[in-house]
Design a protein around this ligand. Structure first.
Ligand SMILES: [Zn+2]
Length: 282
């Protein structure tokens, strides 16, 4: 599932191509993609509107329209946004299977939403907060890249919770944008087991978590995010990211830990699993 670095990479691509352009014709063919409102309502909200900005919070993309409403796109498991420079050109790429939304812009370019597993979502919201983002984004925790994540803030976010660390890091109300891959990598970088109970974390450990979260997410954005073997994540030009080459534990079951040489294992806690080095994560 695309997480903060992958969604940020997609956002940057959209920012480059969408700003200042108008939605000319939008067609929704996926049954599940638009489900919070009627597809016709979404189409009517978009057609004729110009894109003012493309923002993000956590894993949500927020396309700011010129009437101050916001098109929210959530890629979920397998959603991809693909950019086509000139959709009327004979050499334009054909529609891929599982294309659920096609948004034609006024200059003949096209934004296509491909989503084989159909968990992804598009919706337009009018209820916008003073920051210009959808009001219900206030339910999300801080986004480590946009809002920072100091040790003190992280301590406050974790206070009163008694859950395994990975469950807290991937809870979007605690911190926005982290999923399974980066949670495992952040725990490794912080030398803390993903199944450690949050109330047992020391101030020094919370400091390590705060620093490694920001450092790791920045590095992953710089490399265009992580594309796993299923290759479901691509940027808007269809290119893969390369941060997966820098994963230390995620998807490295049975390989040696790069820090201490112990074999990387997969630990289970409740319904969850996490990749972990039991030699150097405590
Ligand atoms: Zn190790």
């Amino acid at each position: 599932m695309p997480e903060l670095p992958e969604v940020e990479t997609v956002r940057r691509g959209l920012e480059e191509h969408l700003i200042g352009k108008c939605f000319a014709e939008v067609s929704v063919t996926g049954r599940r993609t638009v489900r919070r409102q009627a597809a016709a309502e979404l189409v009517a909200s978009l057609e004729g509107r110009r894109v003012e900005a493309v923002r993000r919070k956590g894993k949500f993309i927020a396309v700011i329209l010129d009437d101050a409403r916001v098109l929210v796109i959530h890629l979920r498991m397998s959603g991809q946004l693909l950019w086509v420079e000139d959709a009327e050109e004979v050499s334009a790429p054909p529609l891929r299977p599982h294309t659920h939304v096609v948004a034609r812009l006024g200059d003949r370019s096209e934004l296509r939403f491909v989503d084989p597993r159909t968990f992804g979502e598009w919706y337009v919201v009018s209820d916008v907060g003073s920051d210009g983002l959808p009001a219900d984004f206030s339910n999300l925790g801080p986004d480590p890249l946009l809002d920072g994540l100091s040790a003190e803030i992280l301590r406050q976010r974790l206070a009163g919770r008694r859950v395994p660390l990975k469950a807290a890091l991937t809870d979007q109300r605690v911190v926005a944008g982290i999923g399974s891959i980066y949670a495992d990598e952040i725990c490794f970088a912080s030398r803390i087991r993903p199944d450690r109970q949050t109330h047992s974390l020391t101030p020094v450990e919370i400091g390590r978590l705060s620093r490694s979260t920001k450092r790791l997410l920045h590095s992953a954005v710089a490399l265009g995010g992580s594309s796993l073997r299923d290759m479901s994540y691509r940027d808007v030009m269809g290119d893969a990211g390369s941060y997966q080459l820098h994963h230390k534990v995620y998807d490295r079951l049975g390989q040696r830990c790069l820090r201490c040489g112990t074999i990387v294992s997969r630990v289970r806690f409740g319904a969850r699993v996490a990749y972990c080095c039991e030699g150097c994560q405590h």
